[in-house]
Design a protein. Sequence first.
Length: 202
Amino acid sequence: MLGRIEYLPTLEKMRAFTARRDASTTDEFWLLEHPPVYTLGLAADAAHGPKAGAGIPVVQVERGGEVTYHGPGQLVLYTLVDLARRGIKVKQFVSMLEQSVIDLLDGRDEPGAGRAMRVAGAPGVYVDGAKVAALGIRVSRGCAYHGLALNVDMDLAPFSAINPCGDPGMRVTQTRDMGIMESKEILGKQLADILAGKLEHA
């Protein structure tokens, strides 16, 4: 885990890494958390928030998707992966990210485990209709960056100022509320290992 890092400097580092990489550059995963920030993807509609007076910075970015929230207690996994070199299509990679989260949450003894799933037409991972992980990527010259965010143990209140991922009334949840008590550091390591395994066998 890289710790808690401001969003904008991290965004600039992702852009720089992707711009300068070549065919020999090793893929990287960055595991971290951000101070409170709303980010607006390319499809973002102002009608979905954030509402005025939220008091949290808003950043327009080049990833896919709508509006989302990042904050302390959320695990962010940035996936700087050369999809072209690995022969992976964008939709395949999105599915791989979703399935990695599902695999992480499944197979546990906690009551909330085993119910993680996709929802058609709504990228991310859901538990009982509530979103637990959001994702949005950007691909430049065949290389992906941005990634996914898993709610672990955080203040979910800022989500009430937006329609998460452009879906009015969308409920959000977190792994702690599912009875999964591991820290974001432990879950992050497990998630990165699961995704790495999928990439190696793609």
